[in-house]
Design a protein around this ligand. Structure first.
Ligand code: ADP
Length: 190
């Protein structure tokens, strides 16, 4: 099994690249942001809880996120591997992911971070907000809050996987295909 974590700040292009990677490598894509938006769209209790955090640019509590992720992984017993997009976003989430994969006799193969500067991220997300219908993409102060949360709570996850040599990073600027090629080079060497 190949289990990849696609890492990087909000708006760094994880979703775009994940869509291309699943085609090439035949992996199952799990985006916690997409899962929360699906629940919100259906007004489920989980969606309503997630909404209260997402609209402020905060993380949804670990207990909620980890439970949802586990259900999604367990819904795909046939998978050749997974691309985790937007997860893990905290150290407890990383530990929970490792424990879940260990139960299935597998592990994280690698984490790849897309590096993009703050001002470029703000520009990209505001542009995306014109069409995405995401309230968290339309307010610059919320976008900056998400970047701050990324630096404080999420970036330690990179160091966590770096301890056993599993963290990689590439420039997240250039054309979509250039970035995809950089990702494939790393994945093919894992
Ligand atoms: P982006 O990467 O552009 O911020 P996402 O769709 O990945 O967009 O996430 C949107 C929001 O969903 C986050 O700001 C956060 O509130 C919530 N979220 C997504 N994934 C997680 C997670 N793993 N843990 C906690 N909250 C999450």
């Amino acid at each position: 099994m190949v289990n990849l974590i696609l890492f990087g700040p909000p708006g760094s292009g994880k979703g775009t690249q994940a869509a291309k990677l699943i085609e090439r490598y035949g992996l199952v894509h799990i985006s916690t942001g997409d899962l929360f938006r699906y629940e919100m769209g259906n007004n489920t209790p989980l969606g309503l809880e997630a909404k209260s955090y997402m609209e402020k640019g905060q993380l949804v509590p670990d207990s909620v996120t980890i439970g949802m992720l586990r259900n999604k992984v367990e819904a795909h017993p046939e998978a050749n591997g997974f691309i985790f997009d937007g997860f893990p976003r905290t150290l407890p989430q990383a530990e929970a992911l490792d424990a879940l994969l260990a139960e299935k006799n597998t592990s994280v193969s690698g984490l790849i971070a897309l590096q993009v500067e703050d001002e470029e991220i703000v520009k990209r997300i505001l542009l995306r907000g014109q069409n995405s219908g995401r309230p968290d993409d339309n307010d610059e102060s919320i976008i900056r809050k998400r970047i701050a949360v990324y630096k404080q709570e999420t970036s330690p996850v990179f160091d966590y996987y770096a301890q056993n040599g599993h963290s990689h990073s590439i420039p997240g600027v250039g054309t979509i295909d250039q970035i995809f090629d950089r990702l494939c080079q790393i994945i093919d060497a894992i």
